[in-house]
Design a protein around this ligand. Sequence first.
Ligand SMILES: [Zn+2]
Length: 195
Amino acid sequence: MKLPIVAYGDPVLRKKAEEIDEDYPNLKQTIADMFETMYAARGVGLAAPQVGLPIRLFVIDASPFAEDDEDGDGDPSLKGFKKVLINPIILEETGEKWGFSEGCLSIPDINEEVMRPSNVLINYLDENFEEHEVQLTGLAARIVQHEYDHIEGKLFIDKLGPLKKAMLKGKLDAISKGMVRVGYKMRFPHVKKKR
Ligand SMILES: [Zn+2]
């Protein structure tokens, strides 16, 4: 089942999410629903707070970045880079910071260059609660860093400079009020329900 994606301005996106264990209700279904929601919205990552759940869980599938687009800068190593990360911990971020134009399904229509370290060492549980520790680099690291921020209550726009932030304020207010065209179902915090 596709879930509505929570839009910028909803307090759930600003909460530090809680760890879960294997008894979390409907976990398998929640994970399946999150993948379905992410694919329908053409995203490469989706964190639980984005569907209104304040838990430390996100799903990623970087396959779209594996295909060569018009720039010819696809990364074939990302083919099949599909993962469920539960209770992840970033152990280390290393390497030079590099810029990449990020977007977010909760903040439609805004893309801005964000600087992040190139490598990340992460520990997490998969959907079977098996523990993994992996070193990621490039776009794989980037997606994990972006989604990890979500479960910490952070958004990519927080990393922009004050001038950029000021320029985006009107657009962000409009998003929270539902004044944005978007090709998937969203839940807007500041839309008054019609009687
Ligand atoms: Zn996001």
